[in-house]
Ligand binder design. Structure first.
Ligand code: NAP
Ligand code: ZN
Length: 354
């Protein structure tokens, strides 16, 4: 214990999910580890699900945050040549995996059964992992990526979860094909980067939103080609059978059958949103048209580096609202009210964490 460093951050203490200041001891550095000073961290809806114990047995106190951009403070001896002090780096949703299973050996470590979540997992020292709502993190270098030089660190933060969550299924299920007709269901943190990425991949993109409020932004600022309000029967009817894929980002129970009807034959519903209860599927909606419902969880570390490089190359720009840590509970409240365009990013280093 002696000589271990103390990190200061904010934690949820119980299923109310309210965050408050919390300090904890970091584990010792290993030769393959990187210690980073957290600069910025995105606020993802999964953080809220976890803080409230909605999806995964939450270990309290919980320090969330898995869209972490930081500056390397220290690098273990095995990390030489890969990272050095002062590098700007990123950490996404996972910080460990077995390294030996079929998933780990094929760049799909996010599906490893021994995968360790960035927070609410169990670290190598047996203690809970803690995320980026804190001053400092120690992470094995295999789970750390480089932030490209031209990307502002706060801009890069949402890519580490939201970005790769949209990029990976589009790459996996649509491959190199261009000009597909795609839908993005739910225009939030994941959805808005999904629109930008799908457009930059060369697809025609329709936003399917629960209200008309985001129409102008989607078409004018995010470059979407079309916009449908999901409870407008006329607009939905007009789009039946028109889409090759839909990226479903809704964080709640919803009826997927009406969205299946928007797909062309052989169309794919790609689910990334986490519904706290099971969804119901009409088998006929699925069978008639040979439709596919697929799920996708973030992306691999290689995908994460790829989406960062893709973002830089295509000169994309996410729409974020940067706030200090003492605003985080309000940010959660506003996110839940669908009142953010489109991602809160916490200025962790610029905040008084005490
Ligand atoms: P978010 O910023 O809150 O966006 C979700 C969007 O869905 C909202 O902006 C809203 O868009 C729509 N929406 C919200 N509540 C709804 C409801 N009750 N019914 C219908 N539509 C609703 O959330 P996010 O951070 O993008 O995360 C979205 C979901 O993806 C969450 O469940 C999160 O846990 C999950 N997620 C999964 C992965 C993965 O690896 N699979 C990774 C990251 C996040 P409109 O205003 O356009 O309707
Ligand atoms: Zn594995």
């Amino acid at each position: 214990m002696e000589g271990r460093r103390v990190a200061v951050g904010w934690a949820a203490r119980d299923p109310t999910g309210v965050l408050s200041p919390y300090s904890f001891t970091l584990r010792d550095m290993g030769p393959g580890d990187v210690m980073l000073r957290v600069l910025y961290c995105g606020l993802d809806h999964t953080d809220v699900h976890q803080m409230r114990n909605e999806i995964h047995m939450t270990i309290y106190p919980l320090v969330p945050g898995h869209e972490v951009v930081g500056e390397v403070m220290e690098a273990g001896k095995d990390v030489e040549g890969r990272f050095k002090v002062g590098d700007i780096v990123g950490v996404g949703c996972i910080v460990g995996s077995c390294g030996e299973c079929i998933c780990c050996k094929s760049n799909r470590e996010q599906y490893c059964s021994k995968m360790v979540f960035t927070y609410n997992g169990i670290d190598v020292d047996g203690q809970p992992t803690r995320g980026g709502f804190a001053s400092t993190m120690i992470v094995h270098h295999k789970f750390v990526v480089h932030i490209p030089k031209k990307l502002a660190p706060e801009q890069a933060a949402p890519l580490l979860c939201a970005g790769v969550t949209a990029y990976s299924p589009l790459k996996h299920f649509c491959g190199e094909e261009k000009g597909l007709k795609g839908g993005v269901l739910g225009l939030g943190g994941v959805g808005h980067v999904g629109v930008l990425i799908a457009k930059a991949m060369g697809h025609h993109v329709t936003v399917i939103s629960s209200s008309n409020k985001k129409r102008e932004e989607a078409l004018e600022h995010l470059g979407a080609d079309a916009y449908i309000v999901s409870n407008d029967a006329r607009e939905m009817d007009g789009a039946v059978g028109s889409l090759d894929f839909i990226l479903d980002t809704i964080p709640a129970v919803h009826s997927i059958n009406s969205y299946l009807s928007l797909l062309k034959p052989d169309g794919k519903l790609l689910i990334v949103g986490v519904a706290p209860q099971d969804l119901q599927v009409s088998t006929t909606a699925l069978i008639l048209g040979r439709k596919t419902i697929a799920g996708s969880f973030i992306g691999s570390i290689a995908d994460t580096q790829e989406v960062l490089n893709f973002w830089e190359e295509k000169e994309l720009k996410s729409m974020i609202e940067t706030v200090k840590m003492d605003y985080v509970n309000k940010a959660v409240e506003r996110m839940e009210k669908n009142d953010v365009r489109y991602r809160f990013v916490l200025d962790v280093h610029g905040s008084d964490l005490s």
